[in-house]
Design a protein around this ligand. Sequence first.
Ligand code: ADP
Ligand code: ADP
Length: 220
Amino acid sequence: EATIEINGLRKSYGGTVAVDGLSFTVRPGQVTGFVGPNGAGKSTTIRLLLGLDRPDEGTALVGGKRYQDLRTPLCQVGALLDASALHPGRSARDHLLWQAHSNGLPGRRVDEVLELVGLATVAKRAAGGFSLGMRQRLGIAGALLGDPPVLIFDEPVNGLDPEGVIWIRNLLRRLGEQGRAVLVSSHLMGELEGSADHLLVIGRGRLIADTSVRELLAKA
Ligand code: ADP
Ligand code: ADP
């Protein structure tokens, strides 16, 4: 099953404990918000999930495997990280074609994902002229190229205008409704309102809350 499973995860950098014994599960068909203040350990957790760093202890698995052990990673996990480097002179379509090509994916997926993220009409424009919201959507398009059942987005709405936030919120909801497991981080709880089905709240590397949004609202 396409879930994210974090178990007893720990990571320190020098004297700083970034992730301090995290355990949680992200299930298919749900958008799971990963919320906590800056420095709480969200990006570290995501980097460990994507095999970009090694845990000191514990495991971070996708579909029962470490990211490094996935055969066709882009078809199993799509990710949007903070620093998605763009080549300003290249079009949105060229970025995705290059990404598809270098991952052995068919080029036809490119037009499908451009449509999905609402960039089809500007696909031939240079990405250097894109707004932050459009760049985030281009990053999300890249994450969707392999049609993966698991998606991990690090701060996708950070710095977006209200319209951009609503756009991404609706997209997240659609991706969850399609049955994917979606993990989305934010340092602002309110940004995920209306899109998250489940909330993980993290502080100082530890889980403070792990709750369904429906249950949370029923108590409020
Ligand atoms: P968040 O994504 O929630 O803002 P991070 O995971 O980026 O939090 O950071 C958690 C803590 O770990 C912070 O104190 C941060 O300064 C520290 N940290 C993260 N990555 C590194 C690194 N590569 N080297 C040193 N410290 C780091
Ligand atoms: P550099 O470090 O020289 O900027 P990169 O490591 O970014 O180069 O890229 C290596 C090669 O792959 C270059 O030839 C570059 O043109 C191409 N490339 C990298 N990223 C992209 C992208 N997102 N879209 C199109 N081409 C890319």
